[in-house]
Design a protein around this ligand. Structure first.
Ligand SMILES: NC(=O)c1ccc[n+]([C@@H]2O[C@H](COP(=O)([O-])OP(=O)(O)OC[C@H]3O[C@@H](n4cnc5c(N)ncnc54)[C@H](OP(=O)(O)O)[C@@H]3O)[C@@H](O)[C@H]2O)c1
Length: 190
């Protein structure tokens, strides 16, 4: 029953370009060779910010071609936004804003014994961390640099540091890193 931030990132710490492109990511490897299939099997609820959701809206055709559905998730999802965004027919999505703590409580009820996935972006994952609710960070470090873009995790985590749990190579395209977020960190260290 963990709350996990699972994402791919460039080597220099960006999860998308400044204009929200992920075109750099897809040529790097087959998702089925990564830990994603086993990860998603244990996810019971997920949350994302509006830029991530709007990427899904803009790429609905591509997502449908690859997964069979414009919205590939069977788990209930929460989308954080201060705006009114278009819904995706048939998708179990709740639009929310503000404090992540009541949303996390609702997600915890929905997920049952399974994990909660913070899809991104980095600041939303940071908001869950700030509230002491983030247990793990799983990063697929891609073999590219972007120079600038949307940040992986715009927070300063130094004392105590994250605890590196595992490292796994996926071909030449990715290094998968799994970090445990120490309890002391989750209680509000800087
Ligand atoms: N590399 C990967 O594996 C990966 C994974 C995930 C995402 N991505 C990509 O990375 C990019 C992430 O974009 P991003 O950094 O801008 O993050 P984001 O979290 O997707 O979107 C940020 C926006 O969400 C809304 N928001 C965030 N927290 C909120 C809160 N507490 N209450 C209300 N609204 C809130 C705000 O917009 P509004 O209020 O204006 O709606 C905010 O500007 C996207 O392009 C996405 O596709 C990549």
């Amino acid at each position: 029953m963990k709350t996990q931030y699972f994402t791919a990132s460039s080597l220099d710490g960006f999860i998308a370009t400044e204009d929200d492109s992920l075109e750099w990511l897809f040529p790097l490897g087959d998702v089925n060779e990564t830990s994603y299939p086993s990860f998603i099997a244990d996810v019971g609820a997920l949350a994302m910010g509006s830029s991530t959701y709007e990427w899904m809206l803009r790429h609905a055709e591509k997502v449908k071609a690859e997964t069979g559905s414009a919205w590939p998730y069977t788990q209930p999802a929460w989308v954080f936004t201060t705006r009114t965004l278009k819904a995706i027919p048939g998708a179990n999505i709740t639009f929310v804003r503000g404090d992540v703590r009541p949303v996390h409580a609702a997600m915890r009820s929905a997920a049952g014994p399974k994990n909660i996935w913070i899809v991104g972006g980095g600041d939303l994952a940071g908001q869950f961390h700030d509230a002491g609710l983030l247990n793990e960070i799983l990063v697929q470090v891609a073999s590219v640099t972007l120079g600038k873009g949307k940040p992986l995790f715009p927070r300063r985590l130094t004392q105590p540091p994250l605890s590196l749990v595992s490292v796994r190579q996926v071909g030449t395209g990715f290094a998968e890193l799994r970090y445990h977020v120490p309890d002391g960190r989750r209680k509000g260290g800087s």
